[in-house]
Design a protein around this ligand. Structure first.
Ligand code: 0WD
Length: 259
């Protein structure tokens, strides 16, 4: 049975009720995990208020802290809080990404060095950076799950800069899995089908992408946040104890199709 009772799960990347991280957090909570939530702070605190209102009642998070992955101090404070509140960590969900809009449409060759660096720092480097802090806190049997997209493996119109970030992210999963395996901590990625969220709306033509998947995928539809959440819960549970370093597609089968 899928049982996460007593496991401490830190979830990044909840922005609103459409976020994939929200679907994951709900499924982890339903399976019995204690939830900690990090949010991306903004100067007016609007994000904090919105995320707090969303998660407070249903998840009763025992940790709720700001963590901009470009902010060293906030990263360290986050894991200091985890050490103080929980002592040990079992699950880390990395569910965040960012690229400037000009990196998500138009000519690939027009991507600037600044846009490249920012996108890769937030979307790719951050997985290893959070794993470094989490490593000494992990219980054996621990699990890290991140989110990727097929645009990191194949050319998807407009995904451009994020394709590079996701290719790097998938390789990061493999290197981290090799490093953390000795401590019995597993690292996997879920490659999700396209879902309408704040982040995906920045990708040019996201609705066309979704319609294309609905036509082509074996299941003739795309997937939901909760379906991704179910697979994340599986990857965080002992039911998947032999799986690490993998990219698991939760995309209604789209990735197998040639035409
Ligand atoms: O179709 C989709 N939506 C897919 C998303 C298909 C396959 C994969 N993914 C991935 C995304 O690339 C991302 O890695 O899933 C992950 C979650 O994305 P999402 O649920 O689609 O998007 P959203 O609800 O916007 O959450 C992403 C969040 C941010 O939201 P905004 O929209 O404000 O950028 O990532 C967080 C933030 O909460 N985020 C950060 N967190 C910490 N530090 C940072 C940062 N610097 N930047 C963004």
């Amino acid at each position: 049975m899928l049982d996460l009772t007593g496991k401490n799960a830190l979830v990044t990347g909840i922005a609103n009720n459409r976020s994939i991280a929200w679907g994951i957090a709900q499924q982890l909570h339903q399976a019995g995990a204690n939830i900690g939530v990090t949010y991306l702070p903004d100067p007016k605190g609007r994000f904090e208020k919105k995320v707090r209102e969303l998660v407070e009642e249903p998840l009763k998070p025992s940790i709720f802290v700001p963590c901009d992955v470009q902010n060293e101090e906030q990263i360290q404070e986050t894991f200091k809080t985890v050490a103080q509140e929980w002592g040990k960590l079992d699950i880390l969900i990395h569910c965040l990404a960012f690229a400037d809009k000009e990196g998500l449409s138009g000519d690939f060759s027009a991507i600037t060095s600044e846009a490249f660096t920012k996108a890769l720092e937030i979307s790719t480097f951050s997985l290893g950076r959070l794993a470094r802090e989490a490593k000494p806190l992990f219980n054996p049997g621990g699990s890290i799950v991140t989110l990727t997209y097929i645009g990191g493996v194949k050319v998807i119109p407009n995904y451009n800069l994020m394709g590079i970030a996701k290719a790097g992210l998938e390789m990061t999963v493999r290197y981290l899995a090799a490093e953390l395996g000795a401590a019995d901590v597993r690292v996997n990625a879920i490659s999700a089908g396209p879902i309408r969220t704040l982040a995906s709306s920045a990708v040019g033509g996201i609705l066309d992408m979704i319609h294309h998947v609905e036509n082509v995928a074996p299941l003739k539809r795309t997937v939901t946040q909760l379906e991704v959440g179910n697979t994340a819960a599986f990857l965080c549970s002992d039911l998947s104890s032999g799986i690490t370093g993998q990219v698991i597609y939760v995309d209604a089968g789209y990735n197998i199709m040639g035409m």
